[in-house]
Write a protein of this length. Structure first.
Length: 229
């Protein structure tokens, strides 16, 4: 019960932050954390770095991973992270308890020291240029929540500080020895969503990586309900 109360409190704080920004005319998208705002002391760029750290901490199981097939995975501070599917159009079903903030990229890219080209860089300058080049050459970006388009999506572009991911688990995405770490930089378009009301919701994101012709067209079918129901 203490844990549930803490999650609900965290979600309420995010909702209040978003409502205050909207009331002050600083947010064109009610229910979405405004660009430049912070949540629980972290910027959008820092949340983007956290998203990658959490994703890379998940082992590949039976050839599957959230970055392959889409899905939800646990993030920091009571936030659940969503991953879309790069490739064919996809529908991803997600169930979360009430009071859960959701953080997701519309489109994002990451470059690190341990990855081979074209995702490789030797220092922060190269890593930052690498990640941003992938995002510079994207098109068809859109996002909607329950049929309402996110306005001024370009304002939600961000880049992370230099961060370190790892220690990687066994059977990690890179095929590296367990315990490996690496510096990295992320860039992308991200959304932090306030807790959704109980029931069913649809979040839809689209984008195309022009450099290699891969697209994102993912519908998240999100059910908000208490555990056990």
């Amino acid at each position: 019960m203490v844990r549930v109360a803490r999650v609900l409190t965290v979600g309420l704080m995010l909702a209040v932050c978003i409502q205050v920004a909207h009331a002050q005319g600083g947010n064109k998208n009610p229910g979405v954390l405004p660009p430049g705002a912070t949540y629980r002391g972290m910027t959008y760029g820092e949340w983007g770095a956290s998203w990658w750290r959490a994703a890379f901490a998940i082992p590949v199981v039976d050839g599957d991973h959230p970055l392959f097939s889409g899905g939800a995975f646990q993030g920091e501070k009571g936030v659940v992270y969503l991953a879309a599917v790069v490739g064919a159009p996809a529908v991803v079903e997600v169930t979360v308890p009430p009071g859960t903030p959701l953080f997701l990229p519309v489109v994002n890219a990451e470059c690190s020291v341990i990855e081979p080209p074209p995702f490789h860089g030797d220092d922060e300058e190269e890593l930052r240029a690498c990640a941003n080049e992938f995002i510079d050459f994207t098109s068809g970006r859109s996002a909607s929540v329950d049929g309402k388009a996110v306005k001024n999506l370009d304002a939600y572009r961000t880049e992370s500080p230099l961060f370190e991911f790892g220690p990687l688990p066994e059977d990690n995405l890179f095929g590296e020895p367990a315990g490996t770490t690496s510096p990295a930089v992320d860039a992308g378009y991200y959304l932090m969503l306030a807790p959704l009301s109980k029931g069913h919701h649809v979040v839809h994101v689209t984008a195309t990586f022009d450099l290699f012709g891969a697209s994102i067209d993912t519908y998240f079918l999100i059910t908000v309900k208490p555990a056990g129901r």
